[in-house]
Design a protein. Structure first.
Length: 258
């Protein structure tokens, strides 16, 4: 199901283009009435080319559902969820420039979306759990990535988490024992052991790239935070559902529950 958006017609293409330029460099390429917001993106027509790899893994009909888009950037995924009929979409980001872009894109396309300046560490302040939570392209920008997953599980995910992170290293995933002897060290040399690479200085000239997992590390972190992987439709994308914390051990949840 694709719900037509009530695009406004008051702005001309020239006026839209002028505002796009005024709002600064865009990371999301969005078609605003024929005006592309990031036509020269180094990844191509991004994030649409990414979305095409997993769009069919998300329900086509989100009628009546609530959606939270964390790290929404210019709102591409928020808008796509509204196209699928979501009753309410909330997008959060800590970058006011991206939020200004998102608000403009949603206005031009006639998509009713709430955008808020908020970091992933503050999601408890929403005081709401959402049917679908989108957490894409954020984890590797965080100093405390596992804490972020714990906060999502505890505070905002009601059912489905759509997750994506940049991955580097091996795509081998080893089957591991539940526990190992203290003197067992060979497992850490396997390319299929869960790993997070720490970026002390720069990667891709981006000072906010901090932690990058290999595939085994990404899947292990999701499971550890209580998310059951139900689909892996694209190399970096996972569709998960909120499950049980299997070891019953407490997780570091900050800030405290409201």
């Amino acid at each position: 199901m694709s719900t037509p958006l009530n695009a406004i017609t008051a702005l001309t293409a020239d006026e839209i283009s002028a505002t796009v330029q005024k709002l600064g460099k865009w990371f999301h390429n969005i078609d605003l009435g024929g005006v592309q917001t990031a036509p020269d993106h180094f990844l191509g027509d991004y994030p649409r080319v990414k979305f095409q790899g997993f769009a069919n893994a998300i329900p086509q009909d989100l009628t009546g559902k609530t959606v939270l888009d964390i790290g929404c950037n210019a709102g591409f995924y928020s808008i796509e969820m509204k196209r699928r009929g979501a009753a309410r979409v909330v997008g959060i980001d800590s970058d006011e420039r991206y939020l200004a872009q998102a608000r403009f894109a949603a206005e031009v396309l006639g998509a009713e979306i709430e955008f808020k300046n908020m970091s992933v560490y503050e999601v408890a302040g929403l005081n709401e759990k959402f049917d679908v939570v989108i957490f894409m392209g954020v984890l590797y920008h965080l100093r405390h990535p596992l804490l972020a997953l714990d906060l999502l599980y505890e505070n905002v995910v009601k059912d489905v988490l759509i997750f994506q992170s940049m991955q580097r290293g091996s795509d081998q995933v080893d089957t591991l024992e539940y526990d190992y002897d203290f003197w067992e060290t060979d497992i850490f040399n396997s390319p299929g052991f869960p790993v997070m690479y720490f970026i002390e200085n720069r990667y891709s000239n981006d000072p906010t790239n901090w932690w990058i997992p290999n595939q085994a590390g990404m899947e292990a972190m999701l499971r550890s935070a209580g998310f059951e992987i139900t689909a892996h439709p694209e190399k970096e994308v996972y569709i998960t559902r909120k499950g049980e914390i299997k070891d019953k051990q407490p997780r570091a949840v900050y800030p405290p529950k409201q």
